[in-house]
Design a protein around this ligand. Structure first.
Ligand SMILES: Cc1cc2nc3c(=O)[nH]c(=O)nc-3n(C[C@H](O)[C@H](O)[C@H](O)COP(=O)(O)OP(=O)(O)OC[C@H]3O[C@@H](n4cnc5c(N)ncnc54)[C@H](O)[C@@H]3O)c2cc1C
Length: 434
């Protein structure tokens, strides 16, 4: 088994190629093993490297480090997400807990980029929750009430203002939140790889086939070797379930996105030369769409149950057509052939949108499952699970652990049927917004 990703993601292809890739090809041992080198695993490895400068720490990934969802996302570092149900006091309390975690996530990323002087096109430009449907005003009013109670600065905007800010006539209503950052996810995760400390050994293209604990030692098998470790942290996110971890509590969802080439000056003028912006949909299956710093348009408008290990080129091309239509709907004046790349990526979801942060057994830990908001939360959870695994406590761990735990999922085939039915329903509800 291996993870076979397309090699089309612009965020990745724009970076310098890495060299000196190590693959597991013998039997190794270590004090700490971290499986999965996205934001979560890299942050756990960074923290352990600082805490234990004299211990042997190994970080492994099935593909090249950071080239899973961590480089393939849309680059929104969020402070808030939209949930129309949060009206009662209890729900408000839950929303606050979620927002507190987002805040800590932003602080964790901010601290990392400050400490290492990382250029990742950081832009504190806020974000829009937008819809073409004026009747979505009710959802935004409820959301606005929640945000006001919690002190988040925001505004509701209508078509004329939105046209000026976004360069498209498509949206009729939006809620703008001042918090929230847009960034280049590929640059951020590459900096996390480049700044790993010397006592962390990174092995890539090394797929963990299976693992077991025997007499207090955890034995991990790879195609051409093995690792024996005293402690292990699983940070494989959308692939937790396939390793048998919390398998009744999380499931993978495949997303696809496309990005255009940079617009020419003339094309950019034709849409009113807007500043960088990011739109999130009001209806869950609507499009996420952003204008990047270098005048490219990124769109993500699919989410589905799919084989997480691979998407064929034919399947990906079909999704890219949906993305081309999504861009055309919003920017009819732009040419048809401006999409430069299309890619897929895997996220992990739980039933109640709670994340996973746990000790599974003595010396076995897991962090993941961010339901599409993993840039900040993954960075935070990676650092904090390393601290928890060191038997320490922090105020961050207390906040993380005060959230509801993920709820139990029904077994197959009922799970897939349920998810597919829900996604189908949400797709119908959002059909104008795709
Ligand atoms: C299209 C898209 C858009 C998104 N947009 C946003 C956004 O705008 N903002 C946001 O905050 N989040 C977004 N997300 C979600 C975000 O990317 C993830 O939540 C985040 O990357 C999770 O980080 P992670 O380190 O936990 O997992 P990942 O980045 O998924 O890393 C897990 C790693 O584990 C490795 N692995 C899996 N199985 C094995 C195995 N058996 N052996 C060894 N290694 C293994 C994988 O190769 C992978 O590299 C988006 C995701 C996608 C796909």
């Amino acid at each position: 088994m291996e993870v076979v990703n397309d090699s089309n993601c612009s965020w990745i292809n724009d970076l310098n190629k890495r060299s000196n890739i190590q693959i597991i090809s013998s039997d190794l041992d270590c004090e700490w093993l971290i499986v999965g080198a996205g934001y979560t695993g890299l942050s756990a490895a960074r923290k352990l490297g600082q805490l234990y400068p004299n211990k042997k720490i190994i970080l492994v990934d099935a593909q090249l480090a950071g080239e899973g969802a961590s480089s393939r996302n849309s680059g929104y570092l969020v402070d808030t997400t939209l949930n129309d149900g949060f009206t009662s006091n209890k729900e408000l309390e839950n929303y606050k807990k979620k927002a507190d975690i987002y805040k800590l996530g932003i602080e964790a990323v901010k601290k990392f980029i400050k400490e290492h002087q990382v250029d990742c096109d950081w832009n504190e430009c806020g974000k829009y929750f937008a819809s073409s449907k004026e009747k979505d005003k009710k959802i935004l009013e409820n959301f606005s009430e929640t945000l006001s109670k919690l002190g988040f600065k925001h505004d509701i905007l209508f078509n004329k203002d939105l046209k000026k800010k976004l360069g498209t006539n498509f949206y009729n209503i939006a809620l703008y939140t001042k918090g929230g950052i847009l960034l280049n996810p590929g640059k951020l995760v590459r900096a996390m790889i480049d700044t790993l400390s010397e006592n962390v050994s990174l092995y890539e293209n090394s797929f963990l086939l299976n693992w077991r604990k025997l007499n207090g030692i955890i034995n991990c098998d790879f195609k051409n070797g093995s690792i024996k470790t005293k402690k292990i942290i699983f940070a494989t996110n959308g692939f937790l379930k396939s390793l048998g971890i919390k398998k009744n509590y999380n499931f993978p969802i495949t997303l696809t996105a496309s990005m255009t080439r940079p617009l020419t000056d003339e094309e950019f003028k034709s849409i009113g030369e807007p500043k960088e912006w990011g739109v999130l949909p009001i209806r869950p299956m609507g499009a996420t769409i952003r204008m990047t710093k270098d005048k490219r348009i990124l769109i993500r408008n699919t989410a589905e149950v799919h084989n997480p290990y691979k998407m064929s080129k034919i399947d990906l091309d079909k999704r890219a057509i949906k993305q081309k239509i999504g861009i055309k709907k919003r920017f009819p004046q732009l040419p048809d052939d401006i999409i430069q790349s299309a890619w897929s990526g895997i996220v992990s979801r739980t039933r109640n949108s709670s994340q996973i942060f746990e000790k599974l057994d003595d010396n076995i830990f897991v962090a993941g499952c961010y339901n599409g908001s993993g840039i900040g939360v993954g960075t935070l959870f990676g650092e904090q699970i390393a601290i928890k695994a060191s038997n320490e406590n922090t105020k961050e761990i207390e906040i993380i652990e005060s959230r509801n735990k993920p709820t139990w999922l029904p077994p197959q085939p009922f799970l897939d049927l349920g998810i597919k039915a829900r996604l189908f329903y949400e797709r119908i509800r959002a059909r104008s917004e795709i």
